[in-house]
Design a protein around this ligand. Structure first.
Ligand code: AP5
Ligand code: MG
Length: 214
């Protein structure tokens, strides 16, 4: 089963994708995580995209489609979770072509509906474990008091360079201009289901499980 998690910055895509990896053995393909890895490992592409990401603008279709192509062609575990991809119509078309070329289908597109006014609070409170990617939140899921990640025991917590109000404004604008039209596109294809992303994390998990079934 291959699915897309769609929603604005801070909707909870990464949080829910990690849960699906743990519970269903699916493979999370987060283009944001891949781009941040490229930036950290200092590749030429990583250096090119760093400024674009920090400002909250979209990286070119060519770069992200290339990253996704490599992963799809390399094979899969128990299906892919596309997290933060596609973000433009060109990316959606490329994904359809890549899946068709490898004899696969897109089985669900889940839109995580949230109100914009909760996003600033979520984003500015977020941190992640630099070792395993576990997601924390100063308000609802603070880093453990002993300073080590509850998932892997590392003590390398990080905050993202684009997790500030100014970049978030640009990220939201990019979302509404370029990505939200995909909601209508997938709705028309009959692939779209909406879940309430404003509910607490466990309730959202249950809604997504309801969409995906057993
Ligand atoms: P990306 O990394 O994809 O970031 P994003 O879309 O802005 O989304 P986030 O990762 O910020 O949010 P999320 O929905 O994953 O929320 P999370 O679960 O962490 O992209 C970053 C940049 O890379 C882009 O701006 C662009 O430059 C580039 N890029 C990436 N993909 C691209 C593409 N395809 N094309 C072009 N450019 C691309 O949760 C957020 C916080 O909220 C956490 O603290 C969490 O604990 C908390 N939280 C989660 N769920 C809940 C809940 N239900 N209730 C309360 N709090 C919650
Ligand atoms: Mg994310």
């Amino acid at each position: 089963m291959n699915i897309i998690l769609m929603g604005p910055p801070g909707a909870g895509k990464g949080t829910q994708a990690r849960h699906l990896v743990e519970t269903r053995g699916m493979v999370q393909l987060s283009t944001g995580d891949m781009l941040r890895e490229a930036k950290e490992s200092g590749t030429e592409m990583g250096t090119v995209v760093a400024g674009v990401m920090e400002r909250g603008e979209l990286v070119t279709d060519e770069i992200v489609i290339g990253l996704i192509r490599e992963k799809i062609e390399a094979g899969q575990g128990n299906g892919f979770i596309f997290d933060g991809f596609p973000r433009t119509l060109a990316q959606a078309d490329a994904l359809a072509d890549l899946l068709a070329a490898t004899g696969q289908t897109l089985d669900a597109v889940i839109e995580m509906k949230v109100d914009d006014d909760v996003l600033v609070a979520r984003i500015t409170a977020r941190s992640t474990c630099g070792n395993c990617g576990e997601v924390y939140n100063d308000n609802i899921r603070p880093q453990p008091a002993d300073g080590t990640c509850s998932n892997c025991g590392a003590s390398d917590f990080r905050r993202r360079a684009d997790d500030n109000e100014e970049s978030l404004r640009t990220r939201l604008m990019e979302y509404y201009k370029k990505t939200s039209p995909l909601i209508g596109y997938y709705y028309a294809k009959g692939d779209l289901t909406r879940v309430n992303g404003l509910a607490d994390i466990k309730t959202v998990q249950a809604s997504i499980a309801g969409v995906l079934g057993n």
